[in-house]
Design a protein around this ligand. Structure first.
Ligand code: GLN
Length: 604
């Protein structure tokens, strides 16, 4: 196993995750198999309890791991299926060491950061790097490790010490350190400044790590004399200094690395030149240039709680982007703070209320993403109501599906008090209820999490067709509440169909309104399995419906099978078909460059 460690210096938010994933892409294009590990030096055991507003979205893995959003970058760029252990945190390492200490495994020794914590980190990396994550057998060739945070952070010290020992332990030729840094330009003089990078490399060396490659973030390509200066002061050959300057879209980054021969520099350090090919990146080049040329907009209103930080819904945005590119449309995301749609805002902040409604009414499609807590719920219900009554394409994800169910109960079934028990435990019509598997006292890792199977109940429904007429599909979940199964017959009688269910038939997974152009809600999160070039089926449905292309996509071949789908009805459920629209048997613009122009939020 060869290791590429990616560290960051000067400031956070340089796009280390993107750089690390892009290095993986270029090495994969050279014919190597890649795995990856993300180290987050915070104390939380996992990202599950962290606020998306502060930290960006919580990414969910097949195994139910709730992890840092950078793992989403790796899965999307490298088409991997990672495990929860591919995300290391200080919390996880200390927990494992303390558990061993309690068992008496340290035989009376004083347990210390060095060597016990540092050993545990190295053992973890060695063990996890051997897990195959690309669908093939046996370990990968190269493990890309990204160390979160910035060199000099107190909490990353044990990891730096461990990685220094690790590089010595695996030996030269097996370890390559890529340091991502910033080369700012002072506007007055217009000069590219190398001093911050010099300082951060000095800091790195002081901690026992020597960079092999420097990846410098800057607005423009580095001048040759600037590279020479960096080379001299940082003791890195000019050929090993690459510029990651601003690009029009994120898919250019692997191309930027390739054009500067970064792969050759890395392969040389890792002694892999003889086994690697010239990188084949035609697909990436096509996608990156196609994306630049898209002009016809598709406007999607994202009705959410955290509209101030796009990272809070990162995978949803990426899934929308993948689908938009497939439909040859330029994605325009209009952020609608759900609370602004509410009547109360009309009195308190009439301008905000009007602006929110204008955005919603101007959209080609509406998406209500997942969420927790009752803030802005009423606004989301109003958005679902608007979409349903005005035939505007709607995709509701997790909470967005529950919202659609509540709205339908209130408006169509006249159950005015209908609600989720998450928002009103005493509701008279509990159409969304607490799930037996959940916990109300412990928040970390206690939801229904990870990959679960959904069986289609009807063959003719839009979702089944979008999933390539599959009889089942595996998608990822993260929820505590679910549609109340006792009320399902009432709903179906009134016209809301539950076209996808779990193996028991009791748990509702997909809703559809058959007479609406596209009104779909899902209890799972399809965004986590969307890939560039392989958009998620239901996102494709939303974008296709929002740009007048749904019929042709429903009739055409399915190029869009990102989730694991199956064609055998192995639970014995035979899908029914629509009969007169009912089941017979009840059974800010993302891609225009600004998003990453300053290096902030540069995620894939
Ligand atoms: N809060 C809802 C639940 O726990 C929805 C969760 C979500 O949207 N991820 O079921």
């Amino acid at each position: 196993m060869k290791y590429v460690l990616v560290t960051g210096g000067v400031v956070s938010g340089l796009g280390k995750g993107v750089t690390a994933s892009s290095i993986g892409v270029v090495l994969k294009a050279c014919g190597l198999r890649i795995t990856s590990i993300k180290i987050d030096p915070y104390l939380n055991t996992d990202a599950g309890t962290m606020s998306p507003f502060e930290h960006g979205e919580v990414f969910v893995l097949d195994d139910g791991g709730e992890v840092d959003l950078d793992l989403g970058n790796y899965e999307r760029f490298l088409d991997l299926k990672l495990t929860r252990d591919n995300n290391i945190t200080t919390g996880k390492i200390y927990q494992s060491v303390i558990n061993k200490e309690r068992k008496g495994d340290y035989l009376g020794k004083t347990v210390q950061v060095v060597p016990h914590i540092t050993d545990a980190i190295q053992e973890w990396i060695e063990r996890v790097s051997m897990i195959p994550v690309d669908g093939k057998e046996g370990p990968a060739d190269v493990c890309v490790i990204e160390l979160g945070g910035t060199i000099g952070d107190i909490e990353s010290m044990p990891f730096i010490e461990a990685l220094g020992q690790f590089s010595y332990h695996v030996g030269p030729g097996n370890f390559c350190l890529v340091h991502v840094s910033l080369v700012p330009v002072l506007n007055v003089v217009g000069e590219q400044k190398t001093k911050p990078t010099q300082h951060s490399v000095r800091g790195l060396r002081g901690l026992g790590l020597t960079p092999n490659i420097l990846a410098c973030r800057s607005t423009k390509a580095l001048d040759e004399n600037v590279k020479e200066k960096l080379s001299q002061f940082c003791h890195v050959p000019v050929a090993n200094i690459v510029t990651l300057h601003d690009v029009t879209n994120i898919w250019h980054i692997p191309l930027l690395l390739k054009d500067q021969n970064a792969h050759e520099a890395i392969l040389k350090v890792l002694n892999l030149q003889s086994v690697a090919w010239e990188p084949m990146l035609e697909e990436w080049t096509n996608r990156a240039t196609t994306c630049d040329k898209l002009q016809d907009p598709v406007r999607i209103a994202m009705v959410g709680k955290y509209t101030g930080l796009s990272d809070s819904y990162l995978s949803v945005l990426k899934a929308l982007l993948h689908a938009s590119v497939a439909c040859h449309r330029k994605l325009v995301v209009d952020w609608v703070p759900s609370a602004d749609l509410e009547d109360a805002t009309a009195k308190e902040a009439p301008d905000a209320h009007e602006a929110a409604w204008n955005l919603l009414k101007g959209a080609d499609g509406i998406l209500v993403p997942g969420g927790f807590g009752d803030r802005g719920v009423q606004g989301k219900i109003l958005a679902a109501n608007y979409a349903r009554e005005n035939n505007v394409p709607y995709l509701g994800i997790c909470l967005g599906m529950q919202i659609a169910v509540i709205e339908f109960a209130r408006s169509v079934m006249n159950l005015t008090g209908a609600n989720s028990t998450e928002f009103n435990p005493d509701t008279t019509a509990p159409c969304v209820v607490f799930m037996p598997e959940g916990s109300k006292t412990h928040m970390g890792g206690t939801m229904r999490l990870g990959s679960r199977r959904t069986y289609f109940q009807v063959t003719g429904c839009k979702s089944a067709k979008l999933y390539g007429n599959a009889s089942y599909v595996d998608e990822r979940h993260r929820h505590r509440y679910e549609v109340n199964p006792d009320m399902v017959p009432e709903f179906e009688k009134a016209g809301l169909l539950f076209v996808g269910r779990d193996e028991s038939g009791e748990r509702m997974e997909i809703i559809e309104l058959p007479d609406h152009p596209f009104f779909v809600g899902v209890q799972f999160h399809p965004e986590f399995k969307s890939r560039p070039g392989k958009p998620s089926a239901l996102f494709l449905g939303l974008i296709a419906a929002s740009s007048g292309q749904l019929d042709s996509w429903l009739q055409g071949p399915s190029h869009h099978r990102t989730a694991t789908i199956g064609h055998n009805s192995s639970n014995g459920v035979t899908p029914n078909s629509y009969q007169n629209g009912h089941i017979k048997k009840p059974a800010k613009s993302l891609v225009n460059g600004n998003h990453h122009a300053n290096g902030i939020g540069m995620h894939i």
